[in-house]
Design a protein around this ligand. Structure first.
Ligand SMILES: *[C@@H]1O[C@H](CO)[C@@H](O)[C@H](O)[C@H]1NC(C)=O
Ligand SMILES: *[C@@H]1O[C@H](CO)[C@@H](O)[C@H](O)[C@H]1NC(C)=O
Length: 454
């Protein structure tokens, strides 16, 4: 009894903690649970009756913005996900619906799981994070796994957003993945030359420690490996929403600088289970010279303090700021390589932190008008069914704010207003209790990754 009381005390102290510094981000959407715009009511009822739609199993994760569409992905971690790729319309005026139904994209049928005996390659099965390029195309990587069962190979899909048609499908061949099966693509980044939409690449981080580079023009892909793509063994423990998780997750987040005069960009990248950031020029990634030793072309840029692991990241081309989701801090942070070339706790900042509304910031994006978008979803509690994940509580949120407002007065602000890094810590670290333990990857089923990286 005493132990139960203690556990409640610790939990209670966590949930009502003072870490609520989220006045820079504005909440634009929130949901207790997700619902979908099915073709009609009969289809919806049939999907519920058959178990094809189990409302509480639908968790939003990735987001992306194109014109008046806000895309939201729903991974098929559990059974009963109605549709993995969706959007909601960005309302205008103050009377818009703040908990809208998700509209399957490009339609409901293609988002349904293939029936037994049906080919799997023309269905959207399971996607996490997506990328919209400057040529009005949406790129997504589909892992092909539903509720822990592999239905098909990972596949890259590219949609023309003006016609809502698929313009490219590319199956990720076995030789682009780890031989032990521990490849997982948590997202991708499209790098398109807006003067020539044919000249486009996608960078797909593999959290098993690799980067797949897809060349659109040649319709080929290659795998790159580098020691900087691995996780830090001292940064694999996370405490999120009172859940202790051990994630040996390597390369996860990628974002790009503006285009340099030579046409290439700087790619920033980080592992999920790490506090370090690295970079490489995209000319190295796109180059044909396989076999050339490019180890020295990759740069270490520094690290944030302990506990500041971040996976999802994005860049604002206008200010040069790199934003990342500090998943272990219920927070969003930034670093501006145009201001400070080295990443440290003094040259980076925590912009928003809230143990209730930012519990697991699952994705972060900057749109072409320099608005920062963040989606939070309490993923560990939902995924592992622990700590009273409550369907009556507001669990899923989308925030937006102009980049200029978000970084004002911080070390990420541009032009440089500070000549020296400020003194003192920028990074409060909140106390965190240990209540529930689980292990495995954030993205795969725990059992299938039980032998990770022995
Ligand atoms: C989903 O996976 C769980 C765990 O493996 C299993 O018990 C359940 O039957 C699966 N559901 C469906 C509909 O396949
Ligand atoms: C790169 O390699 C491909 C196939 O091996 C070849 O067709 C192409 O011409 C090469 N490009 C350059 C710039 O060397």
């Amino acid at each position: 009894m005493a132990r139960i009381a203690l556990a409640i005390l610790i939990l209670g102290c966590c949930t009502c903690a003072v870490w609520s510094v989220n006045d820079r981000l504005r909440e634009v959407f929130s949901w207790k649970q997700l619902d979908f715009a099915f073709p009609d009511q009969k289809t919806r009822q049939a999907a519920i009756a058959s178990g094809e739609y189990v409302q509480e199993n639908n968790l939003p994760l990735g987001l992306e913005v194109w014109r008046d569409k806000l895309f939201i992905t729903v991974p098929r971690w559990k059974a009963g996900v109605a549709s993995t790729l969706n959007y909601v319309s960005l309302g205008s005026g103050s009377n818009y619906n703040r908990s809208p139904r998700l509209v399957p994209y490009p339609n409901y049928q293609i988002n349904r799981l293939p029936a037994a005996g049906q080919s799997t390659t023309n269905h959207l099965i399971n996607t996490y994070r997506i990328s919209v390029d400057t040529c009005d195309r949406l790129w997504m990587i589909d892992m092909g796994i539903s509720n822990g069962t592999k239905l098909g190979q990972p596949q890259l899909f590219i949609f023309d957003l003006n016609t809502d048609r698929i313009v490219r499908q590319f199956i990720i061949a076995q030789d682009l993945m780890r031989v032990d099966g521990n490849t997982w693509f948590p997202g991708l980044l499209a790098d398109t030359d807006s003067d020539s939409c044919n000249r486009a690449f996608a960078y797909l981080p593999d959290l098993g420690g690799g980067l797949v580079v897809y060349d659109y023009q040649r319709n080929t892909a290659k795998r790159i490996e580098h020691h900087y793509f691995y996780f830090d063994p001292l940064a694999t423990v996370f405490h999120i929403g009172g859940v202790r998780v051990e994630w040996p997750d390597g390369l996860f987040g990628v974002s790009m600088s503006e285009r340099h005069r030579n046409g290439f960009r700087t790619l920033y990248f980080q592992a999920m289970s790490s506090t370090r950031m690295f970079s490489v020029d995209t000319s190295v990634l796109q180059s044909n010279t396989s076999g050339r030793n490019t180890f020295e072309e990759y740069r270490h840029l520094g690290h944030r303090g302990a506990g500041m692991q971040a996976g999802p990241m994005t860049s604002d081309e206008a200010s040069g700021t790199v934003f990342y989701a500090l998943v272990n801090q219920d927070a969003v942070g930034c670093w501006n390589p145009k201001q400070y070339d080295h990443l440290s706790s003094e040259t980076s900042a925590v912009l928003a932190q809230d143990s209730e509304t930012l519990e697991f910031p699952g994705d972060i994006k900057v749109d072409k008008d320099s608005n920062l978008w963040v989606l939070s979803d309490r993923m560990p509690r939902h995924r592992f069914d622990v700590n009273n994940f409550d369907v009556e509580d507001i669990n899923y949120r989308v925030f937006r704010a102009p980049v200029a407002d978000v970084i004002r007065g911080t070390v990420c602000e541009s032009p440089r207003t500070l000549t020296r890094p400020p003194t003192g810590p920028n990074h409060p670290s909140r106390p965190r209790p240990t209540t529930t333990s689980t292990s495995g990857s954030a993205w795969n089923t725990p059992s299938s990754r039980a032998k990770d990286f022995d």
